[in-house]
Ligand binder design. Structure first.
Ligand code: PLP
Length: 580
């Protein structure tokens, strides 16, 4: 022990008058690296404390503050000159740099503000944020055991918890945390291609295998098929039901039958489990049955079933919830919503793998996505590339042998794991159910106003979509006509434009600090086509689409009073747009 310390002391450079300049800078730098020893004055803990407090000063006052950080709403980047940048000749200090970092947060949307409702952008919970920050300090690397040591428990245990929620045998399952829902999609595709086209690992993809997903599938299917080299043309889109937006399994059957007849292999079928606007869930059980009925031709591996559940996954926490006794006391109106979402998501049981975004419905910071697979032995051996020469296995768990990434930060896995540990079933159930309580309140308020109509009333998801019409128009009657009757196409397009203008006005107000009822206005967004008109099911007509104002009451600071205020703001924005 004493040996170690004296070794360190001799290594430390003590500048004297004759010491070279580099040694002086190095000594100066010591202040801005964390001390490796306990109890010393450490710039890190103090620095984090100061920085977080400084960042907090950008938050608005409790009543009346706007939903972005700081006071300057403008985008201040000088885009013409920003790249005209050079490395400073002089050294700076970490304090100075952190001041500059904090300045960059000026104007950023404040995801925790009760008036922020623009997307599935939840505020991260404190346990997850702190866990993520801690992972940056000692930088565990979950490429393999030696560099992660006990920290890789976070990934292993997350895999176990998520697999158990899916109803799988958790010992045989696993997960890798990766770069987002897009990363999960890419992982599934790699898994599928390796399974179905075993030659592809060495020879590359030489066969136009197909990836089948619905018209509601996320556009990241383009990223994955493009970057994998499979090619975007190999995606087959299955029609969706106009009401539920779920995959039309009759159409899927036709496509699978056709592939079998033409001896075309199918790499994977993707069930989309929850979409941003339409809350569409595909029926995994039915899809599995069809896949069993139409296997790939001889010479190819078995088609993979992937659930892109990165938004919808968390409803699975209602597993074992007693919907009759309703121990958490959800309202009678909300209870069937929850039950319906749970019944939709539990189909992930039939999948080979599913995706989880903790940064969406897991209330965690970016990026914390887990790709969860049922058969760890298969996945890990199919993708295994063998041992690296310069790393020695020091643990039974060495994912670098099969992951896309080599070095992998533990930030996401610690954030995800911390959230699972913090929330438990109860916490998840309460936070998700609470969003629906606010949403249902909002829906009932909309129903009382003749100028507005909720256009996704039978949707059980987190978002409320509404259309507001000029004063004097009965919104419910008018919308029904625009939705179903081609004679009202011009009206539909005119009111789409109104919706668009209101959306732009609200964004302008949000940024400019406009006040209504003495409070700032919300950060909302709008959809330029969350569905098509009934007579335009094939979407041939690019304009006969339904625009709508969107509200995602994701964060825990939102109350019914806030929802009332938001409706007042939408009405005021409509009046402003109509009068100019
Ligand atoms: C958000 C989303 C993705 C992409 O996920 P990222 O985390 O943004 O990379 C993929 N699929 C669905 C259904 C999504 O909602």
């Amino acid at each position: 022990m004493s040996n170690k310390i004296s070794e360190h002391q001799t290594l430390e450079i003590i500048p004297t008058q004759t010491a070279p300049q580099w040694a002086k800078f190095r000594k100066e730098m010591l202040k801005s690296f964390p001390s490796p020893y306990r109890g010393e004055k450490d710039s890190l803990a103090d620095g984090i404390n100061i920085a977080v407090r400084e960042l907090d000063k950008l938050k608005p006052e409790k009543n009346g503050g706007s939903a972005f950080l700081g006071t300057n709403p403008a985008l201040t980047i000088d885009f013409d000159n920003v790249k005209n940048s050079f490395l400073n000749p002089k050294m700076s200090s970490s304090e100075e740099v952190i001041k500059q970092v904090i300045k960059l947060f000026e104007g950023l949307p404040n995801w925790g503000h009760p008036l922020t409702m623009n997307n599935v952008n939840p505020q991260g919970n404190t346990a997850a944020i702190i866990a993520a920050i801690l992972s940056e300090i000692f930088a565990p690397n979950i490429l393999e055991g030696e560099y992660a040591w006990n920290i890789h428990q976070a990934e292993l245990e997350s895999g176990g918890i998520l697999a158990n929620l899916a109803g799988w045998e958790s010992k045989k399952a696993g997960c890798v945390y990766t770069y987002g829902g897009s990363g999960c999609w890419t992982y599934h595709l790699k898994y599928a291609l390796t399974r179905v086209l075993p030659d592809s690992r060495n020879r590359g993809i030489r066969t136009d295998a197909k990836v089948i997903c619905s018209q509601q599938a996320h556009y990241t299917m383009l990223n994955s098929t493009d970057w994998s080299g499979l090619g975007m043309d190999n995606i087959i889109r299955i029609k969706t039901d106009i009401e539920t937006n779920a995959m039309d399994t009759k159409h899927l059957e036709e496509v699978l039958k056709d592939c079998v007849a033409k001896k075309i292999p199918v790499a994977s079928v993707v069930c989309t489990m929850g979409t941003t606007d339409a809350n569409a869930f595909d029926s995994v059980e039915e899809v599995r049955k069809l896949m069993d009925k139409y296997p790939n031709p001889k010479g190819y591996g078995k088609t993979l079933l992937y659930c892109d559940s990165v938004i919808g996954w968390s409803w699975i926490v209602f597993k074992n919830y007693d919907f009759k006794k309703n121990p958490l006391g959800f309202s009678n109106e909300v209870l069937p919503y929850i039950e319906k979402n749970y019944n939709a998501i539990k189909g992930i049981f039939y999948a080979d793998a599913f995706g989880v975004d903790f940064h969406k419905t897991g209330f965690s910071p970016y990026i914390s996505s887990a790709f969860v697979y049922k058969d760890a032995k298969e996945f890990e051996s199919l993708l295994s590339r063998g041992q690296s020469a310069y790393l020695q296995p020091r643990s039974p768990y060495n994912p670098l042998n099969y992951t896309l990434e080599v070095s992998r930060a533990a930030t996401g896995s610690l954030a995800g794991w911390a959230t699972l540990k913090f929330f438990g079933h109860e916490g998840f159930q309460s936070i998700l159910g609470g969003i629906l309580e606010n949403k249902v309140y909002l829906k009932n308020q909309i129903a009382k106003k003749s100028e507005m109509v909720c256009v996704n009333p039978s949707d059980y998801g987190l978002v409320t979509l509404l259309r507001i019409y000029p004063e004097g128009i009965d919104a419910k009657v008018q919308f029904e006509k625009e939705l179903c009757d081609k004679n009202f196409r011009e009206d539909l397009i005119r009111h789409n434009k109104l919706t668009h203008d209101i959306g732009d006005k609200l964004f302008e107000w949000f940024r400019s600090g406009k006040k209504i009822n003495g409070q700032c206005t919300p950060c909302l967004s709008f959809s330029t086509g969350f569905r098509s008109a009934e007579y335009n099911r094939d979407m041939e007509d690019k304009e006969a689409l339904i625009y709508a104002t969107k509200m995602f009451p994701m964060n825990v600071h939102i109350t019914p009073e806030v929802m009332d205020h938001v409706l007042d703001c939408i009405i005021a924005a409509r009046d402003e747009v109509m009068n100019h």
